[in-house]
Ligand binder design. Sequence first.
Ligand code: GDD
Ligand code: MN
Length: 353
Amino acid sequence: MLTVIIPTYNEQRNVAGLAGRIVRALADTDYEILFVDDSTDNTPQVLTRLCRINRRIRFIHRPGRRGLASAVATGFAAAGGDVLAVMDADLQHPPEMLPVLLRRIQEGSDLVIASRFVPGGSNGGLSLLRRLVSNAARLIGQLALKDLRRTSDPMSGFFMFKKEVIAGVALAPLGWKILAEIMVRGHFQHLAEVPYTFRSRREERSKMNLREQVNYLRHILRLVADSPEDLRFWKFCLVGTSGVVVNMVFFFLFTRLLSLGAIPAALGAAVLAMSGNFLFNDHFTWNHRKEGNPWERALKFYLCCGLGVLINVAVLAALHGLLRLPGAAANAAGILAATIWNYYANNRWTWAV
Ligand code: GDD
Ligand code: MN
């Protein structure tokens, strides 16, 4: 059975129309509709009436507004289906997509996301400002968390999955983005995306606000803290940044106090910074993987980072020399490429498990 979970907060003018369209769309399916409602308007009364007319419709009313993600998690716990769908109540998510999502599940996907950002999809329903904020949020999320890079629309509020994806998983919903929670903590292999058009809201208003945007950042931080692989990359970046400081301090000391020339000073500072980085990474970033001979790890680390310097210079030369990009921008791109190389190479080789 499919359970369609719909969080509602003051949607009295939307729920009846929505329920009607879901019932029509799922006519040939075994399903239930589960509203999880925190409303202070007449939504509960409308829902009570709907439940009386149609036995497939249920609703849970929670006193006090407790948040979108937590409402959805409440829905997961109460759902009777072995397939769960989540969608909004305001008709911005077209109910006619439900059978399309369900077919992908039946074809073997564990998680199907309705996406605004695959060919055929559109994000027309958001104002320009909201679209900007939404894109920034998506970028931050996908930068911070590897799992969110598996989809084009990790911020989607419209998706379907097999219940086993969250079996035994302790969800810690905070704010709005329950899909991010599922993608980081859940267990799934096959992921599918289906394009859809996010229409603009006709009735009532969006419940998004600044507080939820702050909650989003808190949520991402918490997910990173709970995700060892992502955390390791950020630790590596922190060590790298400290290395830049060490490098600059020694360069200053060597040129000013020891009156060395710029090239020997830079070489000396780089070797010291790299050694500091090695020790830090060995005791902090990859502390749990310190196996075998430390000198061998150090040698591997120098080799990887040495190649990283070459990559940095090659990218700089290509972008600045060939494509005529400003030097600083070209160097920034080079540093980024080298950082990614250094991380993966050291992760796979120097501190391989
Ligand atoms: N129970 C409950 N409690 N429901 C809530 C709460 C709450 O505290 N806050 C919001 N909701 C419900 C709304 O009633 C609506 O059904 C749904 O959550 C989404 O709220 P909207 O106000 O319509 O959000 P939006 O349109 O700005 O953004 C939505 O769509 C985007 C695209 O899929 C959200 O789902 C976003 O997370 C999503 O990115
Ligand atoms: Mn909406």
